[in-house]
Design a protein. Structure first.
Length: 314
């Protein structure tokens, strides 16, 4: 089996490059076939992985970067049963890895090599696949501002997200959307934000989808209608710790459903954040692809046990 380490030199202000000596020190002289590939431009990792996976032999790709780098890798390996993808979380937010225990072990090259491959779901969005989450509205606008702030030294991860949040909080909020799932749910009106999730976390520290499971064949939809600013401020702590769904649903301002399909439409172009990557849309068609990817789970880690959905929410 061939082992490829895909390193995004820009992720985490260069933290990925720091993994090179550890990879070489751990694997050199052990008869393990490995190669280190430094990505050169956006999309390079996806193209490189697809090219190597097409060769047909069993192959593993370990990406050193954040959720955007993982997004590229998953899309590059998509459709190849001989390929699996692992993650060494050297990005800033590192949201997907929060679905697992013992996250420090993800930096252990020995544990990665000896890890097992587990099937995980993906969310198909038009012609893309998301591994963690799709954010629309306020969350996405905050992500755009946070990406700008990350270019400033010492402003990374949750700090950049909070900075972006503060800026967007002072601007007009809410977008007109129509949301359907083909199974009875039909919503319309002005929404502050929507999340469509396979994983639980976004923004580096916000547990926006506390019930989301990465392998259950369902995506968790959460929609929050536009509130007054003071109500939004009161909601933020519960949005961060994942309790907002229960606390706010009685006020008819929060919608939650686990579904297999979802369509979001808007008359005006909106932005969507797909695993942290920003796209413009007027129509988004989403569908769960059950166990469509193989993820490398390092030895010594396991999936985080998620809370059960409170009766009456679905």
């Amino acid at each position: 089996m061939k082992h490829y380490f895909i390193i995004n030199p820009e992720a985490g202000q260069g933290k990925g490059k720091e993994m090179i000596p550890q990879v070489q020190r751990t694997l050199a002289g052990r008869g393990i076939s490995f190669h280190i590939h430094m990505t050169r431009f956006p999309g390079d990792g996806e193209g490189f992985i697809r090219e190597k996976a097409q060769e047909g032999r069993p192959v593993r790709f370990y990406v050193c970067g954040g959720d955007g780098t993982l997004h590229e890798a998953i899309n590059g390996a998509y459709g190849f049963t001989n390929a699996s993808v692992g993650l060494i979380p050297t990005g800033t937010g590192n949201d997907f890895v929060k679905n697992f225990t013992q996250r420090d072990i993800f930096f252990d090259i020995e544990a990665q090599i000896n890890g097992k491959e587990i099937p995980i779901d993906l969310i198909r969005i038009n012609n893309k696949r998301a591994v963690n989450m799709v954010n629309i509205g306020f969350d996405c606008e905050v992500a755009v501002e946070a990406s700008k702030l990350k270019k400033i030294p010492f402003i990374q991860g949750p700090l950049a997200y909070w900075g972006g949040l503060c800026k967007r909080f002072c601007l007009p909020m809410g977008e007109e959307m129509e949301i359907t799932d083909g199974d009875g749910m039909r919503l319309s009106g002005k929404f502050l934000l929507c999340t469509i999730a396979n994983g639980s976390f976004c923004g580096g520290a916000f547990q926006s989808s506390p019930y989301a499971q990465i392998d259950d064949g369902l995506m968790d939809f959460g929609g929050i209608r536009t509130f007054r600013r003071m109500s939004l401020l009161k909601m933020l702590p519960s949005y961060q710790n994942g309790t907002y769904i229960e606390k706010m649903q009685a006020k008819k301002g929060v919608h939650f459903k686990r579904c297999k399909n979802l369509i979001v439409r808007s008359k005006n172009p909106l932005f969507a954040s797909i695993d942290g990557e920003i796209f413009s849309f007027t129509d988004l068609e989403m569908q769960v692809e059950k166990q469509a990817a193989r993820f490398i789970l390092p030895k010594g880690t396991s999936k985080v046990e998620k809370p059960k959905v409170t009766e009456g929410l679905e």
